[in-house]
Design a binder for this molecule. Structure first.
Ligand code: GLN
Length: 484
């Protein structure tokens, strides 16, 4: 059961081979046994999970089950879930029990999918290694001395280790795709606006997007069917007709035009990662695809633009954590200003403080034009590069991350090195495009390598089709870490 697909689990429920309560008990037992080492979950609440499982079983018994009713899922601790501690990986929210559900959580509840727990993450989703979490780093199940990637590292690690069949993540600059790559699972960041941000604790609102993390593209399609949808409470939620993201999975890839950006295949891409990506390209050709070289001339500036825009938005979004409304408040203070200052000094970790300082700086009078406006102009140029590329191809392919999982502590004191972990993923967020990562091999040390697909706006179904056909022809996504 541990590594079964969502379809297999749903099949067991439909045929009465297992109940949702039994499935949840099995996963909870694995979490209990393995999470103390892995640290993938911040909160587990077996009673609550089993109550939801009983409700799912009742729904099924009454003949009201949907395709995934009773299949459990873990949620990144950035999603507000009623009655659950929701920390966003921060001391600032160490005691915040959400009084309401995020839209994404509501959708999973409507689908009858019990919550297995809340997963660990970089503090306020700022990081690429999970090391900025107040609750300690998550370990990579493929090598417990290494990071799982971030910021959705807890979600990636729990799926890779078989502690949950699927999980939610969020991606502001790569936080679904990069940890999916480092943990050898499949993850999808939808087009901006496809998944509602209501109740998803805001980091950089114009970039944040929730999405599914699972073992396969097919599972991600089923999950996106649950997550996506218009929600009037998020002003950037898109009012579109409901899609079936699994509708094209079976289509052959004959005639598919894959764009290979020359900037992704330069000197930065070396060794086993380069080799695995080339082998994936060869596999796609066998499946009937053709390749064309494209160019994203401004993509080299995406990390620089992102580290102006994302901190600017974060500095504004995080002003709400003031010790008055919710979460942590310093125990000792003399007056209101002193309370604000101490609360924020004690409640936020150093990476979050760094972002707030950068953000307030680039937004301040005199620097706004020099940095913030320039970054916004770059953002437009980056989006135009992609538009130009999609005249020649249907989907763009490249690596997800420049390296496989690095050692815990290796980059923790070097923010710039850490920021470069997202060199291939960030442009996608700046342009608002959909992107996904899927396993495409292993390096010499047995660590998973991720392949990135980038689609045009709203081409999720097509990307999932491309990924699914690749997964029918390969078995990288079925490999599991030894010891789990
Ligand atoms: N690693 C990037 C950052 O630290 C992206 C994080 C994310 O996508 N949430 O900002």
């Amino acid at each position: 059961m541990t590594y079964h697909s969502l379809k297999q689990l749903a099949g067991q429920l439909a045929t009465g081979k297992a109940s949702s309560v039994e499935l949840c008990q099995d996963y909870l037992a694995r979490i209990q046994a393995r999470n103390p080492d892995l640290n993938a979950f911040i909160t587990v609440d077996a009673e609550r999970t089993l109550a939801e499982a009983r409700a799912a079983d009742a729904l099924r018994a009454a003949g009201n089950a949907g395709p995934l009713t009773g299949v459990p899922i873990a949620h990144k601790d950035i999603f507000c879930a009623e009655g659950w501690l929701t920390t966003c990986g921060s001391k600032m929210l160490y005691n915040f029990v959400s009084p309401y559900d995020a839209h994404v959580i509501e959708q999973f509840k409507k689908a009858g999918m019990p919550t297995l727990g809340k997963t660990n993450m970089d503090e306020f989703a700022m990081g690429s290694s999970n090391e900025t979490s107040y609750y300690g780093p998550v370990k990579n199940p493929w090598d417990m001395a290494r990071v799982p990637g971030g910021s959705s590292g807890g979600s990636a690690a729990c799926v890779a280790a078989g502690l949950a069949p699927a999980a939610t993540g969020t991606d502001t600059g790569g936080s679904i795709r990069q940890p999916a790559a480092l943990c050898g699972i499949t993850g999808l960041k939808p087009t901006y606006g496809v998944v509602s941000r209501y109740g998803m604790i805001a980091f950089a609102s114009s970039l944040d997007q929730g999405g599914p993390m699972a073992r396969s593209a097919e599972d991600c399609a089923l999950l996106l069917n649950v997550m996506a949808g218009f929600d009037g409470r998020d002003s950037t939620s898109l009012e579109r007709e409901q899609e079936d993201y699994a509708r094209d999975l079976a289509k052959p890839l004959n005639g598919l035009r894959i764009g290979l950006p020359k900037e992704f295949f330069g000197e930065g891409l070396t060794g086993d990662t380069a080799k695995a990506v080339q082998e994936a390209i060869a596999q796609f050709k066998k499946l009937g695809a053709t390749t064309v070289e494209v160019s994203l001339p401004n993509s080299g500036l995406s990390v620089a633009a992102y580290y102006v825009i994302a901190p600017a938005e974060a500095s504004s979004n995080l002003s709400r954590f003031d010790g008055v409304r919710y979460g942590y408040r310093t125990p000792d203070y003399t007056d209101l200003t002193d309370m604000y200052e101490k609360t924020r000094a004690e409640g936020f970790g150093s990476e979050v403080k760094r972002r707030i300082l950068i953000g307030t700086y680039v937004l301040s009078h005199g620097y706004y034009d020099a940095y913030y406006i320039q970054a916004q102009k770059l953002r437009r140029l980056i989006a135009q590069d992609f538009a130009e590329a999609y005249r020649q191809c249907d989907v763009i392919l490249g690596p997800t991350a420049p390296t496989t999982a690095f050692k815990l502590g290796e980059k923790a004191d070097d923010p710039v090195q850490m920021y470069l972990s997202d060199i291939y993923t960030i442009a996608v967020n700046l342009a608002g495009l959909p992107g996904m990562s899927l396993p495409c091999g292993f390096d010499g040390q047995g660590l998973p390598i991720g392949l990135q697909l980038i689609g045009d706006y709203f081409s999720e179904a097509r990307m999932l089709n491309v990924a699914h056909q690749y997964q029918l022809a390969t078995d990288w996504h079925q490999r599991t870490p030894g010891g789990f």
